[in-house]
Write a protein that binds this ligand. Structure first.
Ligand code: ZN
Length: 45
């Protein structure tokens, strides 16, 4: 039987890259694409 799984992922606020972390409880330090450490912070402020 097939089931649809909802996987939690992250999205970079800087480049828009979306990815799935292996350990969802661990917040990535940098975006794997643009390497920005501010990937989870909006541009403003
Ligand atoms: Zn990025």
């Amino acid at each position: 039987m097939k089931v649809k799984l909802t996987v939690e992922g992250f999205k970079c606020e800087r480049c828009g890259h979306e990815w799935i972390a292996r350990k969802k409880d661990v917040t990535p330090v940098v975006c794997p694409k643009c390497k920005s450490p501010y990937w989870n912070k909006p541009k403003r402020n």
